[in-house]
Structures are given as C-alpha cells and as structure tokens.
Design a protein around this ligand. Structure first.
Ligand SMILES: Nc1ncnc2c1ncn2[C@@H]1O[C@H](COP(=O)(O)OP(=O)(O)OP(=O)(O)O)[C@@H](O)[C@H]1O
Ligand SMILES: [Mg+2]
Length: 290
C-alpha cells in the first residue's frame, strides 16, 4: 500500500486533512490485521561496560499503528530510542525503516529518513523562542546549499516553512507562546514544544519518550487525544515509551514489554494486562486487577 505521506506545507488545512482521512482511514489495517512493518528492530543488543542494556530485542512497528514500549526503570526503552536515532551504536542486530538500513545512517540523516523523536528529559534550545525551536525541526526539509537563500524559490520556501511551523504550533495549542523563550516554560509545555519540533520535520515515524512526564490530569487527557491525532490526522506512526499505564494501555494498538534489556512479552493491551510475566516484572497485581 502506498504510504499516506502528508506534508504540512500543502496539506495541513483541516479540509484536506479530512479528505486524506477518508482515503487513508485505517491505512495500516487490512482485514483486521496490521500488515506493513514500517520499522523492524531485529536482535538488537547494546552493552555499557558490564551492563547489558539490550539483549536480542526484536519487534516491528506497523504502518499507522501506535506501539507502546513499556518496562521498569532501566529496562532499556530509551536505549532502544538511542539506537534507532543513532546516538548509540549497538553491538548487534539490525534496524530497518521503510527498507532503509538505519544502522548505516549517520545520526543527522535519521531525520531525513523520516524518523523524529522527543527526549525523556526534554532537549530544547533554551536560548531560543518556542517558534525558533520548532523551526530547527524543519531543517531536514530546507535546502542545504548556504547560497540558495538568495534564490526567490528558497525565500518562498522559507516563508512556507515558517507558516507551517506556526500551523503546527497552533495545532498543538502553542500558538500564543510562540515568541516566549522555551527555557521559562513549564516542563509539560516544553514537552509539547519538543513534540512540535519533531512533527515539524514531517516524519513518518515519531518516537515519544515519556511524553506524559510532568503533566497534570487534564493535560494527560489532551496528550492522549493529541497522540491519537498524530496517528489519525497526520498519518504518523507512533512508538511510545511511557510509564503512565492508563495512557499507554488506553491508546496503544499493541504493547511490547522490556525487562532487564530483554523483551518479555508483546501483544494487545488486554493481553499484556493479564500476562503473568508482565504483571510480575512491571504492572503488579493491583494494575492487572484494576
Ligand atoms: N550512556 C550510558 N552509559 C552507561 N549506561 C547506560 C547508558 N545509557 C543507558 N545505560 C544503562 O542501560 C540500562 C537501560 O537504560 P535505559 O535508559 O535505556 O532504561 P529505560 O528503560 O529508558 O529506563 P527509564 O524508565 O528509567 O527511563 C540502564 O541500566 C542504564 O543505566
Ligand atoms: Mg528512559
């Protein structure tokens, strides 16, 4: 199936989005099953000295799905993200994204390949405004020849990139904050700015590392809707690391569970809730029953 590529520049209007929705509704689903692996992680292993952070971890993320990646502290979730985004070199295994061998890419090319991410502890440019931070996310879409800004086409492109950055901010409810320094914002808002910056790169896959961290109860509900809209309206596949089980179990199509660097289970949220190994390693009896 052709991938439902959406470009903020041209297709961000609500009308067009709804048409795209009609065409690509349930794009990843055929006859009740997910069928196109967008990301394939295979036998991934990573060590830090004597610490085995990942051992033989394999999972697929299918086009159009939200895959939850959960597990106790230190299980290896962020290490998976750091391997996919090429911050870490794994000792073994492979990562394929839409047919591209990710481990052959330098870190700065991962975003060009269509994978964007957020960070567990938020990595914004603190001296920049909200809008400037989002504009940095668009660098992968801009022309790279430094002299090209002299060309009228490039100047038009710059204006459109800025307009599309403003649209993303508006979509995430951040428009009014656009000229504020990112540094002074509450942690939860900074996380949203980081999400905007990742989406500004127009990715096909977004890796979200604990997006619920520091959010209030009301903000959590907004976050759940936003992640669903990222998948549904923007047609971006989502790999979600999260400790908030209500969120991850509520919106994930499938969940993959890590413990001490190994995958111990994978399945629907319902299956994971009742999986004895998952309950013992992570969820505990009370969550499973509740
Ligand atoms: N750069 C590093 N140097 C040394 N050890 C590391 C490094 N990064 C991760 N580790 C170790 O690898 C293991 C997995 O860490 P990771 O951050 O991936 O866990 P996590 O599942 O994301 O945990 P959390 O839920 O607390 O964020 C841990 O034992 C951690 O201490
Ligand atoms: Mg982590």
């Amino acid at each position: 199936m052709g991938k439902p590529r959406r470009v903020f520049l041209r297709s961000y209007g609500a009308g067009i989005i709804s048409v795209v929705n009609d065409i690509h509704a349930h794009a990843g689903e055929v006859a009740g099953g997910w069928h196109v692996p967008r990301l394939s992680v295979s036998s991934l292993s990573k060590q830090f000295g004597g610490i085995v952070a990942l051992q033989d971890v394999s999972f697929d993320v299918y086009e159009g799905e939200i895959l939850g990646l959960i597990g106790p502290n230190g299980a290896g979730k962020t290490t998976v993200f750091n391997c996919i985004s090429r911050f870490y070199d794994p000792e073994g295994g492979s990562i394929a994204f839409d047919g591209v061998d990710v481990l052959r890419l330098p870190a700065h090319r991962v975003i060009h390949a269509g994978i964007a991410r957020t960070f567990q502890n938020v990595l914004l440019f603190k001296g920049m405004t909200v809008l400037e931070n989002v504009l940095t996310g668009q660098h992968s879409r801009a022309r790279r020849n430094p002299l090209s800004w002299l060309l009228p086409d490039t100047q038009r492109e710059e204006r459109e990139l800025r307009r599309s950055a403003l649209e993303i901010l508006d979509w995430l409810g951040l428009a009014e904050l656009r000229d504020l320094p990112a540094a002074g914002l509450p942690f939860g808002v900074q996380k949203r700015v980081e999400m905007a910056r990742a989406l500004a790169a127009n990715p096909r896959l977004i890796l979200l590392d604990e997006p619920a961290g520091g959010l209030s109860h009301e903000e959590l509900q907004g976050l759940a809707r936003r992640i669903q809209a990222i998948r549904q309206d923007l047609k971006v596949t989502v790999l979600l690391v999260e400790h908030n089980m209500d969120l991850v179990m509520g919106i994930s199509d499938r969940v993959c569970v890590l413990n001490f660097g190994r995958k111990i289970a994978e399945g629907t949220p319902e299956e994971m809730r009742s999986d004895p190994a998952v309950i013992e390693a992570y969820l505990g009896e009370s969550f499973a029953e509740g």
